[in-house]
Design a protein around this ligand. Sequence first.
Ligand code: HAM
Length: 432
Amino acid sequence: MSKKSQIKAIRGMNDILPIETPLWLAVERVCSDVFAKHNYKQIRTPLLESTHLFARSIGADTDIVSKEMYTFDDRNGDSLTLRPEGTASTVRAGIENGLFYNQQQRIWYTGPMFRHERPQKGRYRQFHQIGVECYGWSSPDIEAEVLSMLDQVFQTLGLQDTELQLNSLGDSDTRSSYRAALVDYLSDHKQSLDEDSQRRLSTNPLRILDSKNADVQLVLEGAPSILDYLSDESSESFSTLRGYLDDLGIGYTINPKLVRGLDYYNDTVFEWVNAGYGAQATVCGGGRYDSMVEQLGGQATPGFGFGMGLERLVQILQEQGADIADRAAQDAADVFIISTGSKARSQALQLQASLVAVDVRVQCHMGEGSIKNQFKKADKSGAAIALIIGDDESAAQTVSVKVLRRTAEPIAQQSVLQNEASKLVTNLLESL
Ligand code: HAM
């Protein structure tokens, strides 16, 4: 095929290559272990949903719904959308399958999400999230549990320089009185606002708080704080949450300008931000959304959760040279089996199966190749031990065992019967 006619991946949609997946798998494993230990159960929902679902939950004025969704009509003329996030789908599935009525749920999910954003470092058109959603609790204890899980995940991964930012958006009365006060204040400074913020003044004024424009930020310094508008109930709940976090030893900063880019939140909202990663520094964001279930046709059920961006998390761990990233980079089989001829190859395959059965990772040489050549491959593979079945070994049903690395002192090559090899190899691997 000529270069010209090569088909490329779609802009903003990346292949995650075999050399990268060991770290992805390690991160996913840490998350799923921590979630399982807190008794969270996974949900798997379709990538495609009815377009109405997102328009009705995320909010028509948000960037996601107004300009970033992959929406198309299918062959029946139904408008479908590739999910831009996981919360709306989880709520839809929960209502449809009766998961909420008189019940409480701790749920997690992972998978690709789609947003037609301008691609740049940390921002893609297909990206992956791991998310958690909890239903049936309006109290801040569940919020502390979820934040504690995240803290445990980041500690286990060895993530550095991450800051938890917290805010409360209060209830809907809070937000409408705060909105009025904010619009009042910003209208007096309208000439200093950029075009985007001027437009938001009438559509979604709270989103102006999120503006990255330096002039707008200057104006915002004197803006009223939403925390001064919280009802007694919201204020007490927020302070109880902060108390739980203090007792758990989880640090945070209060950021009264944190509003999030989706419209469904009330009360607690949060983001974990990584200093030094650049413009797309938010690794994870979430909060409380007590009206979505009812809004989508279910019985009123409070919800709380987060979505974590895996591309960002994986890149930050790599940039920071975290242990988990180094270990993933050295990901190799424990054992490489060298063999020549079909009889020896058959014995090698049997040996591979017996070693795998006792949890040893084994790579077998396949195809032709001299012993010398296979040795070179064994060495390059990074395996700790080479097992050799040449003609002599094959006839005697033995195997030669040679330690290639993970040892300071050279260990002499030894020979064992093939049916005793797995014991010797597991003992050796333990001692290296
Ligand atoms: P979100 O803030 O839109 O929230 O996304 C959560 C995380 O997904 C972000 O912090 C970021 O790490 C990652 N992310 C978002 N967009 C992109 C992108 N274009 N490229 C790479 N990574 C991205 C939600 O999605 C909510 N559903 C979170 C939630 C769950 N709230 C309650 N429950």
